[in-house]
Every structure is written in C-alpha cells, then in structure tokens.
Design a protein around this ligand. Structure first.
Ligand SMILES: Nc1ncnc2c1ncn2[C@@H]1O[C@H](COP(=O)(O)OP(=O)(O)OP(=O)(O)O)[C@@H](O)[C@H]1O
Ligand SMILES: [Mg+2]
Length: 825
C-alpha cells in the first residue's frame, strides 16, 4: 500500500497514529514496501457492521472467543479478517452465518475496560474473500485471498465523485452526527474508491445488506452509482424530517403565543376590574345583535335573552341553552342578501350554456326575470297600490315545481337559475321527511332542540335570498308527529312566508325573498294544497337524438374536464354514442349516460397514467372494450311469444316504462286470481276487463262454456314494485282476449288506456312519458285512447314519425290493432 494513500486515510480519520510497539502493522511480516496479507487469517465476525478498506472504525468485543482472538493477534501479525454476520442477532456466528467478502484490517489501538470488554480501533486495509474456513475453535480461522477492486478513471467517474462529495456535504449539514472537520476531509478526497468507502462509513443509517453490497461490488463506478442512490434517499429523508420539525415547531409557537396573549389579556382585564368571561361573551353577543340587522321583534327577543344570560351563572344548564339560541339568532342572514342580476340576455346565455333545449322552461324563467326587472324600474307607480295586492302580484306563480324522471336536469336547472340571477343556491331533500319539526324545528323547551331544515339551510348559505331547491316534494311522508306538508305550505305560501315562524327561533323570519323551487319525480303524490301553490313544469325525458345532443354538447365536455382530459385525448363517434344510449342505458334522463361516459373517461385516464398517451376514439366497434356487456336487450319479443301476454305502457318514478300483463289458464271453475302487488284500482280494472271479455265472448270467437271449465290467473310482474292506477285496463283486456282466443299479442305494440264495462276506452295521463318509453324500447305501434289525441302535440317530431299511433275509442279497436291474426293454442 503506497504511503500517499495511507496518508489519505489517516487524514480522513483525523486521529494520529498511535505507536503500538511494532513499527507498521501492514508491514509486520515483510521487509519491502507493499502490504502483504497472509493467506491464513483469524476471522472476526461483526454484528450489524461492515468495515471497508481504507477506513478506520472502533469496534467493541466482549465474547470470550473474540477476546481470545484479539489477544492472540496483537501479539502476532496484528491482522484480522473482518466479515459481517448475516444475522445481527446471532451470538456466535459460524462459517455459514457470515458473508464471504470482508476486509483485512489491522488492530491499531486497544483499550480494556474494567468489565472485561475490549474496544479496538481497526484500520480496514484491503478487500478479501474467504476461500475456506479451516478451524472453528478456539476462534474462526480461514484461508483467504485478496480481492482488489477495479478502479476505473473516466469523466463519468469524476462526475459521480463530485456528485457524491456534494451529496455528502448536504448530508453532513442536515445530520448532526458528522463533525465538520470530518466532512471537509471526506469531500476533498480525490480517490473515488476511498471517497466511496469513506462516505459509506459515515452513513450510519445504511442497511447491513446495502453496506455489504457496496463492499461486494467490484467496479468503483458501480459502487459510486449505488452509493449515489442511497445518499440522495438519505438526504431526502433528512430534509423531510427537518421540515416536519420546523413546521411542528412554528405551529406550536403560534398556539403558545396565542394562548399566552389571551391569558395576559384576561389578567389585564381582571387587574382593571373589567370583566370576566361571561361578561366578555355577553358583550360579544351584544355586538352581534347590533350588527345582525334583525327586525324589531327578533331584536327585542334577542335582547331579552341576553339579559337573562347576563344574570345566570355560567354553570347553569340554562346558560348553555340561551347561548346556543343567541348563537342561532345572531348568525342568521337577517339582512344579508345578494344583488340580483336581472340582465335577460345574460340569463339566457347562462341557461343555454348549462342545458340543451328545455325551451319552454327556460322561457318561463326568463319571463319571471323580466317581470321582476320591469317592476323594479316602475317601482313608483306600483308603490301606490294596496300593499297586500303588491305582495300577491309580485309573488304569484313564483314557486316553480319541476316534475320529471331522474336525471332530466331538474336539480341542475335550479343551479343554473341561481347562476343566472347571481344568487346563492341551496338544496334540501324532503324525501322521507315525516315530522313537521324537521321543517319547522322543535320548540326550545325540548332538550337538544334545533331549528328546522329551512332555517338551518339559510344560516349555512348566509343569504336571505338564495335559490332554494326543495327536492323530492313527492316523497314527503306524514305520521302522528304532524304533517310536514302543512308546514311546507307555510314556507311556500307568499301570504304567510313573510313571517315564517320556526318553532325553535320563535320569532318571524322573512322568507319572501327566497326563490323556492321544488322538484319531484311524480306529480300525483304531491299533496294537492301544495300543488295548487306551485307552477308545474314538466320534464318528461329525452329522445335518443336529444340525448345525443346533450351528451355531445354537455356531458362529454364536462366529463373530460372533470377527469382532466384534453379534448383530443378522448372522442366518441356518433354511432358509438347511440349504441351507449340504446344498449347501456335505459332511462328517461341522462344520468346513467353521464356515468357511462365517466367510466370510459376514467379508463382513458388510467391508460395515460400507465404511460399510453395514444388518443382514444370510441367507435361502435370498440365500445365494449371500455364498457362491460350491454345491460339491456329488447325483451318485448321474448315476453309476448305466447298468447296471454300484452305490453302496456306505464309511468313510474323513473319515467315511462313497459309493463307486461300476463294471463294464464288452468282447469278449474270460473276462478280469477290477480297477483303482482296491484293496488285496488288496478284490481278493479282487471275485474272490469274480464267481465268485458266474457260479455263479448261470442264476438271474439271464444266458446261460451270455456269459463265454466277454467281458472284464470293474471300476473303483472316487474319486481316487487307496487302498481296502481286504471291505465292498464286495455292491456289487461288484451292479455285476456289473447289468452282465450289463442291469438298472440303483436310483439311491437304497446298500449295504455282505461276501460269501462261497456268497452269504452277512457283517456289517461303521462302520454308523453309513455310514448317516449315505447320509442326507447323499439316498439312500432302505440295504442292510445282517442281522447288523448291532443297530447300527441307534445311529442317530439322525431318520435312521432317513427311510431304508428292507433287512437282507440272502443276496446274492439284495441284488440283489432293488438292481436295477431294467426291462432296458436
Ligand atoms: N338538457 C340537458 N342539457 C345538459 N345537461 C343535462 C340536461 N338534462 C340533464 N342534464 C345533466 O344530467 C345530469 C343529471 O341531472 P339532475 O341531477 O339535474 O337530474 P334531476 O332531474 O335532478 O334528477 P333526480 O330526480 O334524480 O334528482 C346533470 O349533470 C345535468 O347537468
Ligand atoms: Mg335532482
């Protein structure tokens, strides 16, 4: 080993050489200048530690066999083979428990402690490989060979060397364990190998496996690269640690400071004889009451409660109750409101931006705005009117009620209106509300009483004139705790809501500036008094083409935006969209459609995240790659294969839908069973249909006596959904006639209509929804009551043209159109 290098490491060490008696250990056995490692060496296994060449480390030994080894060595050649034990837990590792690559090291210094252990300073010299263990007793002896590293010199190595020096400098600044002189020495090392080992030696957190790997790598280039990785990871961890610490510290300092200041403030006030906490609280409420801008009655009540608060001890239960009450009173938006934007052009633009078509509804909204605007401008003239008159006129018809199947844009229209007006928007679902108190609050005498949902919502939105959407008015319940619909009536009635009195607050709050909008899926369940106060606007569902426009113009752009995609990264062909609409969704609205588009978008996002940046074009051919199997199949053909089954059209919560009436017969005697969760009205209509068919048996070609010999069972499937209403009359009649004549019902026909005993067909509701459903399901002919003729005007052209309509006056018209000619029994 050349002297120049030795100097290097001595310098690194920063320790002077201690003369240990023999001149130079590395030359112990030789006269010339080169280090010679004996072929047989005692082996000292180290626990959890790798000693590198050219570095010095302190080692403590306590095991008898190790002490023996050291004692023998210091009297001999002073050279030991150091290898790391694979398992740091092992007390006395054997030949199989240690790594085979290690370092030959010289014992430089030795201290004996009173407890018998020995501390050594070991100087690593060269890498060795253990070829064979020769003895295990009294300590391990092995035949070894030296294993010099490959030291390349190249610009890359030089670059790595500098990088490592730099990294190490960072590390030593971050970690308190490395003395500054030491780091300066290490950084200035020129020999890349020595640098690698010196740095590794200083990194106290290295895994044993990593440390051993560094030793085992032959090329210095590899060593440097691996070390670089380990080093930067370590620096990162330390930096993070430091950040966490400083963050925690400053947070702590802040809260401490605040706490301290507060305490001081209290102390000062106490000194000055100023106030205690209760007083401070009372003052705060006083201020809030002044600022809230309450009407007279409310303010009076608030002051009265505040007086009571002042007199109570803070520990009294009543104190908390009053405090909560005052908190509520003072945080309501008594006089906070937003300014309306009554610019009609702007409003139209906003509405068009958010929703396709829905012209009628948009027009209605614009009318409402226009009226407001004009009245505002001609205020003086109208101020001379009777106040009551004024109120009525201003409020009339203002409560809009959107009725329609899910996903047709009711909620989002509400949001749009708010946006157009520049008002805040709040939504409150009334589904399942059965208790009046949920709307109007509990009286304050109840423990834990709170205001009702209306006032809670207003406080949350912090404005007295938001657009307030009351969702699902059709799902209001009612029970012994009172009628929520009645409470709602008060909320919505412009005559009463100027002075709406929540039970908890017990002072009037003016709701007249709120723009209420209600929504529901069905009209029928909405309590009639409530219905009377609202202007009903129907959203019946969209045709395929309308859906296509919506998905192209609104849903796809939105899903792209929400998923962070650029428009060129994902596109759909029209055919693909039509297929998704037809086979993957069956709905009146577009909610599932949007969901399916979202599904595709997320797939594409995942692809991009995985590194595949190819733009995706969804076509009819590859839709199935992105979406699971089609969910819907045409079912009419399948169901109506046998006589006795007819396809009806009905209106459910989900919009229009098909409903199958199945009749079957069996030997018996005039029995008639009806199943399928049918309501009373529907059962009666089944009876009427049967009576009619029996009375017309001869005309229909049904043998007179057949009824004597059979039982008939009528079933209306479709889950466990309760069904009611008279509009399935013609369908049941058709099913029965089909069963008894043996003529199938045509599989492309859908029908609706109420029947009388005499066989007249009476008009029914929901024509638009029903026709749209028939169109969705791919039917060709729709049989309707003649008197519903006028309703056809509402049906979009596209749908009207693709369907044949049969307008029936008599059940015979229905049967003529519905029953197939051929007979089958
Ligand atoms: N005409 C339309 N133009 C653009 N987007 C529409 C249109 N109709 C519905 N949508 C979109 O469809 C989605 C579902 O609409 P929304 O949530 O308003 O349905 P809803 O009628 O309130 O349904 P529910 O009865 O279930 O509450 C929304 O993202 C909405 O923007
Ligand atoms: Mg909704």
């Amino acid at each position: 080993m050349p002297d120049e290098k030795r100097e290097g490491w001595w310098n690194i060490l920063g320790h002077p050489i201690i003369d240990t008696g023999e001149s130079d250990p590395s030359k112990a056995d030789t006269d010339d200048d080169t280090l010679r490692v004996p072929t047989h060496l005692p082996i000292l296994p180290l626990r959890g530690l790798v000693v590198y060449p050219m570095t010095a480390v302190p080692i403590r030994v306590g095991q008898p066999r190790s002490i023996r080894l050291i004692e023998d060595t210091v009297t001999g050649k002073r050279l030991v083979g150091l290898v790391a034990s694979r398992d740091a837990e092992l007390e006395t590792p054997g030949p199989d428990d240690v790594y085979r690559t290690g370092t030959v090291a010289a014992v430089h210094r030795l201290f004996k402690s009173p407890d018998g252990t020995i501390t050594l300073i070991m100087q690593g010299m060269m890498r060795i490989r253990v070829d064979e263990f020769l003895e295990e007793e009294p300590y391990l002896m092995a035949r070894v060979s030296i294993a010099p590293e490959q030291v390349e010199r190249s610009p890359e190595i030089e670059a790595l060397r500098r990088k490592i020096a730099e990294g190490f400098e960072n590390l030593s600044q971050l970690s308190p364990g490395v003395p500054e002189e030491m780091s300066t020495l290490v950084i200035n090392l020129d020999d890349p190998l020595q640098l690698a080992y010196a740095v590794a030696n200083q990194m106290k957190t290295l895994d044993l496996a990593d440390a051993q790997r560094l030793l085992e790598l032959d090329s210095v280039g590899d060593k440097l690269r691996v070390l670089m990785g380990l080093l930067s990871k370590e620096v990162e961890v330390l930096e993070l640690g430091r950040k966490i610490q400083t963050d925690a510290q400053s947070e702590m300092e802040k809260t401490q400071r605040e706490y301290f200041l507060r305490e001081q403030l209290k102390a000062i006030r106490r000194e000055l004889g100023e106030a205690d906490e209760q007083q401070i609280e009372a003052e705060e409420f006083q201020k809030k009451i002044e600022e809230a801008g309450m009407p007279e009655e409310a303010e009076k009540e608030a002051r009265r409660e505040l007086d009571r608060l002042r007199k109570l001890p803070t520990a009294a239960a009543e104190y908390g109750v009053i405090r909560t009450y005052l908190d509520w009173l003072t945080s309501l938006p008594w006089s906070v409101q937003t300014d309306d934007n009554l610019d009609i052009t702007h409003a139209r633009q906003v509405l068009d931006e958010d929703h396709y078509d829905l012209e009628e509804i948009k027009e209605r909204i614009l009318e409402f705005l226009a009226v407001r605007k004009l009245r505002g401008e001609r205020k003086e003239e109208f101020d001379q009117d009777e106040p009551a008159d004024l109120i009525r006129r201003e409020r009339e018809g203002v409560i809009l009620c959107f009725v329609g199947p899910p996903g047709t844009g009711k909620t989002s229209l509400g949001q749009s209106i708010a946006r157009a007006l520049g008002r805040k928007f709040i939504r409150q679902s009334l589904g399942g509300v059965r208790d009046e108190a949920e709307i109007r609050g509990h009286r304050r005498t109840y423990i834990g009483a709170l205001p009702g949902r209306i006032m809670q919502a207003l406080r949350r939105i912090e404005s007295k004139n938001p657009v307030f959407m009351l969702d699902e008015v059709d799902k209001l319940g009612m029970d012994f705790r009172g009628d929520p619909a009645a409470a709602l009536l008060e909320v919505l009635d412009p005559e009463q809501n100027r002075e709406f009195r929540d039970h908890y607050l017990d002072v009037p709050f003016d709701l007249s500036q709120v723009m209420f909008i209600t929504t529901g899926n069905l009209l029928d369940p909405i309590p009639p008094p409530l219905r009377d106060r609202m202007e009903i606007l129907r959203l019946s569902g969209y045709t395929e083409t309308e859906k296509l426009r919506i998905v192209q113009g609104y849903l796809i752009p939105r899903q792209l935006r929400e998923n962070g995609l650029r428009s060129k990264e994902l596109s759909f062909t029209e055919a693909a969209l039509r297929q998704i609409i037809r086979d993957y969704t069956r709905e009146a609205g577009v909610r599932n459609l949007e969901r399916e588009i979202g599904r595709v978008a997320r797939k594409v996002v995942t692809r991009i995240a995985e590194g595949d940046g190819q733009p995706v074009r969804v076509t009819k051919a590859n839709v199935s790659e992105f979406l699971k199997k089609p969910r819907y199949f045409p079912e009419t053909a399948l169901r109506t294969k046998v006589p006795g089954v007819a396809t009806g059209l009905s209106v459910t919560m989900a919009g229009g839908d098909l409903i199958f009436c199945e009749a079957t017969k069996m030997p018996g005697q005039k029995g008639f069973t009806v199943t399928g969760q049918l309501g009373e009205v529907m059962k009666e209509s089944a009876q009427a249909a049967l009576s009619y068919v029996r009375s017309k048996a001869a005309e229909l070609g049904i043998p007179e006596d057949v009824f004597e010999k059979i039982d008939i069972h009528l079933h209306v499937p479709a889950g466990a959904v309760p069904k009611d209403g008279p509009s399935a009359g013609v369908t049941i009649a058709a099913a029965l006639a089909s069963l008894l004549t043996g003529r199938r019902v045509r599989d492309d026909v859908g029908m609706t209509g109420e029947i009388t005993l005499r066989g007249q067909v009476l008009p029914v509701g929901g024509i638009k929804e029903k026709v749209l459903a028939a169109h969705r399901a791919g039917l060709k002919t729709v049989i309707l009551p003649k008197q519903n003729n006028k309703d056809l005007d509402d049906i979009p052209e596209e749908v009207r043209e693709s369907l044949d309509f049969v307008l029936a006056e008599q059940v015979t018209d229905v049967l003529a159109a519905a029953l197939a000619q051929d007979k089958q029994t």
